[in-house]
Design a protein around this ligand. Structure first.
Ligand SMILES: C[S@@+](CC[C@H](N)C(=O)[O-])C[C@H]1O[C@@H](n2cnc3c(N)ncnc32)[C@H](O)[C@@H]1O
Length: 129
């Protein structure tokens, strides 16, 4: 992702960015409570993971992707603290080569070069597996 605009987001996570509510947005929480979240969940631009973690808490296989490694570190820590199996990947969602290549659970392992599933094709359209 060298030189790309997405790198600029990481600096925001040195503090708490305005958009990081520490909980899912109300509209998304309402949708989840209404049963709108089903199947496998891919949260693109997941930030520190609140929406992905909500999905994981519903028992849905969940992967969050964000280009900001600091945000993903926070998301992984939350997943571990909450005992939730969501996987978090560092990568540019617009460049699946940065995140599509393995299946290691990412809440507990570095995943910057790994993907959500084994043998994944390097196209976002390959999701869900
Ligand atoms: C406005 S924040 C929202 C974060 C999170 N969804 C939330 O509600 O707290 C947008 C997020 O998208 C991420 N992002 C922007 N462009 C991206 C890209 N091309 N690939 C992956 N993540 C990206 C940023 O790093 C940032 O964390």
């Amino acid at each position: 992702m060298g030189g790309s605009k997405v790198e600029g987001f990481d600096a925001h996570y040195a503090g708490t960015p305005l958009w990081d509510l520490g909980r899912p947005q109300t509209a998304l929480r309402d949708l989840a409570e209404a049963g709108a979240f089903r199947g496998r969940v891919l949260d693109v631009g997941c930030g520190t993971g609140e929406v992905a973690l909500m999905a994981a808490a519903l028992g849905l296989p969940t992967v969050g992707i964000d280009s900001a490694s600091t945000a993903i570190g926070i998301a992984r820590r939350k997943a571990e603290e909450r005992g939730l199996p969501a996987r978090f990947l560092v990568g540019d969602a617009l460049n699946s080569a940065t995140w599509a290549s393995s299946s290691t659970p990412c809440s507990t392992a570095p995943c910057s070069t790994r993907s959500a599933r084994p043998n994944a094709s390097a196209t976002p359209a390959a999701w869900p597996p």
